[in-house]
Design a protein around this ligand. Sequence first.
Ligand code: HEM
Length: 119
Amino acid sequence: MSTSLYERLGGTDGIQRIANVLVDNHAANPVTAARFVDTDLDKAKKGAAEFFISGTGGPNVYTGLDMVAVHRGMNISETELVAVLSDALDALRKNNVGQREQEEVLFILFSMRDDVLAQ
Ligand code: HEM
């Protein structure tokens, strides 16, 4: 049996570390920073980690809204989407995630683009 992406990302602890860097990147990235000025970053890190854990074959711990509901009305642009994907790639690399796992995560995130972008 193949190992789940969740396990290959280091399980709950590994994913929490990736999510921490990811959210810090969003808050520091000039393209996305303004979106996160009123955000509780610790809460966002927890939400991002739970979303990743649930979406990669780990326990089903995400209790937030679906991606359309979360981002509805935000009027998110393609430029912002690329910035968020770049932040994700950086977070994976900084946590020494393998090339194949980087590709799998990026593919999953990119597949959600139509749920996140302005309708
Ligand atoms: C595939 C791409 C994306 C995914 C998978 C994603 C996922 C998420 C998740 C899981 C949450 C937290 C929901 C919760 O905790 O209940 C969230 C919140 C949010 N996302 Fe995204 N997102 C994506 C792209 C974007 C983009 C491009 C932007 C714009 C810069 C953005 C801006 C936000 C904001 C502002 C919040 C709310 C933060 C807060 O709680 O204040 N997202 N997103």
